[in-house]
Design a protein. Structure first.
Length: 245
C-alpha cells in the first residue's frame, strides 16, 4: 500500500518515485547534450526516429551495430518505416532506442508495443521523451508517471527514469537558439538559472531551519521538494527498460 502524505489525512497516494527502479539525479540538469541511457553492449540496436543518423557514432561506440529507421527519407538511414508498424520480424534486435521520438507518435502505445515485439528477450529499450518543453510537432509530452505506466502497460520492466536537460535549458534554447545557432542556452542556464535555483534553495532551507528547526516538518518538506525538482522541472525525461520474456 502507498504511504499517506503529510497533511493529506488518510488519503493513499502514489509515491513520487518508485524506489525499486526509478532513479533520479539529485540536482537540476543544465547540460544541453544528453547522454544515452543505453549501457555498453553487443548485437544490433534499432534507432527509431533516427533522422539523419546523429546517434549512429555514439551507439556504435557502445558496441552495437546500428540500424536507423525513420518515416522520412534520408541518405544516412538504413531503412524507412513507421514506428507504429515496424517492418521487422519478432525478436530480432538486442536493443531499441527512441531519442526524442516518442512524443511525435500519434499512438505511442502502439510504438512501444512494436518496440517490445522486435526486441529479443533480455533486450533493452531506452530513449528520451519531452516533458516541459515547447510544442514541436508533438502529440504527447510525458510525466515520469505517465512514461512508467506506458512502458509497463506494454510489457517492459522499467530499469531507470531520470531527468534530462531541465526546462530552463530547453525553453531558453527554443527562445534564443533555434534558427540563430547562437548556442546561448547552456551558458545562460549555467550562469543564471543554476545560481538562482541554488540561492532559492539556500534561502528556503535557512529560513525553515532558523524558524522551525532541522527536525521540523517544514524543513524536511523543503529538502524533499528540491530533491524532486529535477523530475518536476525536466524539459526531457530519459528512461531505460528491459524485456524479460
Amino acid at each position: 500500500m502507498y504511504e499517506s502524505q503529510a497533511g493529506r489525512g488518510n488519503v493513499r497516494r502514489k509515491p513520487f518515485v518508485s524506489d525499486s527502479y526509478v532513479l533520479t539525479d539529485n540536482r537540476l540538469v543544465y547540460d544541453w547534450k544528453v547522454p544515452l541511457t543505453l549501457p555498453p553492449g553487443r548485437g544490433v540496436c534499432l534507432d527509431v526516429g533516427a533522422g539523419w543518423g546523429r546517434l549512429r557514432g555514439r551507439i556504435e561506440a557502445l558496441g552495437y551495430t546500428w540500424v536507423g529507421l525513420d518515416i522520412l527519407h534520408d541518405s544516412e538511414l538504413t531503412c524507412m518505416g513507421d514506428a507504429e508498424r515496424l517492418p521487422f520480424k519478432d525478436c530480432c534486435f538486442d536493443a531499441v532506442y527512441m531519442n526524442e521520438a516518442l512524443e511525435h507518435f500519434a499512438d505511442p502505445w502502439a510504438a512501444v508495443a512494436e518496440a517490445r515485439r522486435v526486441t529479443k528477450p533480455g533486450g533493452l529499450f531506452g530513449g528520451s521523451v519531452a516533458f516541459l518543453t515547447r510544442f514541436h510537432d508533438s502529440y504527447f509530452h510525458f510525466t515520469h508517471w505517465g512514461l512508467e505506466q506506458l512502458l509497463e502497460s506494454r510489457g517492459f520492466r522499467l530499469v531507470s527514469i531520470r531527468p534530462g536537460p531541465s526546462m530552463f535549458v530547453t525553453l531558453t534554447h527554443s527562445l534564443l537558439d533555434e534558427g540563430s545557432g547562437l548556442g546561448l542556452a547552456p551558458i545562460i542556464a549555467t550562469w543564471l538559472f543554476r545560481p538562482l535555483v541554488a540561492t532559492l534553495y539556500g534561502v528556503a532551507k535557512l529560513y525553515t531551519l532558523v524558524r522551525y528547526g532541522r527536525s521540523s516538518e517544514s524543513y524536511q518538506r523543503v529538502k524533499a521538494f528540491y530533491s524532486k525538482a529535477p523530475l518536476m522541472f525536466a524539459g526531457d525525461i530519459l528512461w531505460l527498460a528491459k524485456k524479460e520474456q
